[in-house]
Design a protein around this ligand. Structure first.
Ligand code: NAP
Length: 534
């Protein structure tokens, strides 16, 4: 017998926790199903050394509760994973969230029962539950991918994927450690591991443009100032493209003098956080010539910081300009390559042939290792959906509907999948955002829609095919001018380790959070234009 609720939420990360809290306010019955044994989502799973966010801590926490804002103190401007996980647990305690969450419960299927007007979910261990509404809060980067390299199973040493890092401490002292990957995760992990490792080998396929994080602790005076100005901080985030405190400079890179440009880049390089990416001249992410100016600046920085010129050249990206892939923020990453016990292997010159029992075999050598770390990323945004067998009206599979790329309305609902809401799903501004800021918007919007339906006695909501088609067109329009759409990365749905994810696909919304919010608000204000109710 399946347990029955009004609403089922899948996932107890930042979005699932807040969704639960808001639904309690509607006095509906809610059950949250979470694969992990604790709350926190991304912060529960990504325990790899060096993990921390690139958002200013005081812009990342929930904004909805004055009590949380008053009682919680971030210790650093960019908090590390253990602190953020503690924060999630603090929030769960504060609102007594755990009593409505079922932990250790990975959902494998969700099927819409048209006759009953209900979703039925099933977990891997056979638990079933039913509800009128199903809300996925499964995160954009929660489906880790292992490389499809032969021999992975044969390795005899310790092996970890960064997104499934063990809960027990892992020591690198005196060990030969190999890391595969050089994305944002690897850049953090490598920098931390290099501090204690015996010998480190980094296997790099595509270098990224990394910029300094400039993290620091928050002193008492700053803490007081932050607490006193939370409304202003969140208001500033609301108005910026990605809900960061950084927003594009009104000037264009090409309309200022070379000296002024250089001085501005140097200033951004010295400052903490994503300013150099989000707060740069307004044309650097859309105009190739403008982009070339910051790219050249970053190239020089790598050459200045890495002593061996051959290694420096290997670390310089050649197939994309600065900011057209997710910019990893670093705290001494380039200097790691000046250590005598660190070696960089360029997989463009010598690709990996296989993993062997002793280590990694490339086309020119076998690199022995005691530990292999896969920092090989995620099947982004749609991957977590693909891993659940989601079937809507008439048994239609979501995986099939999205075979050529996602189709949604507002990135929150899908035609043919009534009463299903996809928080931080594809084509939703949250995927390109200081994510809790956009999560709160998503959750508030979905909660308001459920309240609207309850007040009017509606039991079923679904977008029209026309609304979905128009949204898709809008998503493509907003992305077209952005340089990142011309580059391979997870932001364009590329993952070399997943069958069928080899073509660039618009999976994110690139219109910016303010425009997205405006669109969502207009839909709601017009009586949920583009939706049909029953
Ligand atoms: P990622 O950016 O997708 O990087 C994966 C890395 O593994 C890439 O360097 C990739 O090379 C390499 N790789 C994958 N398969 C491989 C193979 N078969 N052989 C050799 N190399 C292979 O993943 P990520 O670093 O985990 O980051 C994902 C996202 O998570 C980030 O972009 C960011 O949005 C988020 N994140 C955020 C933070 C933060 O807030 N500070 C920290 C970490 C992650 P190619 O590039 O050649 O494919």
């Amino acid at each position: 017998m399946a347990a029955r609720y009004d609403v089922i939420v899948i996932g107890a990360g930042i979005s699932g926790m807040y969704q639960l809290h808001r639904l309690r306010g509607l006095a509906v019955s809610v059950r949250v199903f979470e694969a992990g044994d604790g709350v926190g989502g991304t912060w529960y799973w990504n325990r790899y050394p060096g993990a921390r966010f690139d958002s200013e801590s005081w812009t990342y926490g929930y904004s909805f509760s004055d009590e949380i804002l008053r009682d919680w103190e971030w210790s650093e401007h960019f908090a590390a994973q253990p602190e953020t996980l503690r924060y999630c647990n603090f929030v769960a305690d504060k609102f007594d969230l755990r009593r409505d969450i079922e932990f250790g419960c990975r959902i494998k299927a969700a099927v819409y029962d048209e006759a009953a007007g209900e979703w039925e979910i099933e977990s891997e261990d056979g638990r079933r539950a039913r509800a009128r509404f199903l809300i996925t809060a499964i995160g954009p980067l929660s489906a880790p991918t292992m490389p499809t390299i032969p021999g992975v199973e044969s390795f005899r040493g310790e092996a970890y994927h960064t997104g499934r890092w063990p809960h027990e401490p892992v020591s690198f002292v005196g060990k030969r450690v190999a890391v595969i990957g050089t994305g944002a995760t690897a850049v953090q992990a490598i920098t931390e591991i290099a501090k204690t490792v015996g010998h480190l080998t980094v296997f790099q396929r595509t270098p990224n443009w990394c910029a300094p994080l400039h993290n620091s602790t928050i002193d008492a005076a700053t803490q007081a100032r932050i607490k006193a100005t939370y409304p202003e901080i969140f208001a500033r985030c609301r108005e910026s493209f990605g809900c960061f405190i950084h927003d594009a400079d009104p000037r264009k890179a090409l309309e200022v003098s070379p000296e002024e440009r250089e001085a501005f880049f140097a200033k951004l390089y010295r400052e903490p956080g994503f300013g150099i990416w989000m707060g740069n001249f307004r044309d650097v992410l859309i105009n190739e010539e403008a982009n070339a100016t910051i790219t050249e600046f970053m190239r020089r920085k790598i050459r200045e910081r890495v002593k061996d010129p051959v290694v420096a050249e290997k670390l310089i990206p050649t197939n994309h300009g600065f900011g057209t892939r997710r910019v990893p923020l670093e705290s001494g990453y380039y200097e790691v390559y000046n250590q005598p016990n660190v070696r960089l292997v360029d997989l463009r010159e010598t690709p990996i042939e296989r993993i062997t029992p002793a280590g990694v075999k490339t086309t020119d050598a076998e690199y022995e290792a005691d530990m292999l770390i896969y920092a090989t990323g995620f099947d982004a945004i749609t991957g977590a959906f693909d891993r659940i067998d989601i079937r809507g009206g008439g048994g239609r599979r979501l995986r099939e509907k999205w075979a050529e790329g996602p189709r949604t309305y507002l990135g929150l609902q899908i035609e043919g999948f009534p009463n299903l809401f996809t928080l931080v799903g594809p084509h939703n501004a949250a995927t390109f955002c200081n994510i809790p800021r956009c999560i709160e918007q998503n959750v508030d919007w979905v909660t308001a829609l459920i309240a609207y339906m309850r007040d009017r006695g509606h039991t079923r909501v679904e977008p029209t095919p026309e609304a979905e088609r128009d949204w898709l067109e809008h998503v493509h329009d907003t992305g077209r001018r952005m340089l990142f759409t011309q580059v391979d990365s997870w932001m364009m749905g590329i993952n070399s380790n997943v069958v069928g994810k080899d073509k660039r696909t618009f999976i994110v919304y690139a219109g910016g959070a303010p425009k997205y919010r405006e669109k969502c608000d207009a839909v709601a204000a017009g009586g949920y234009v583009g939706f049909t109710f029953r």
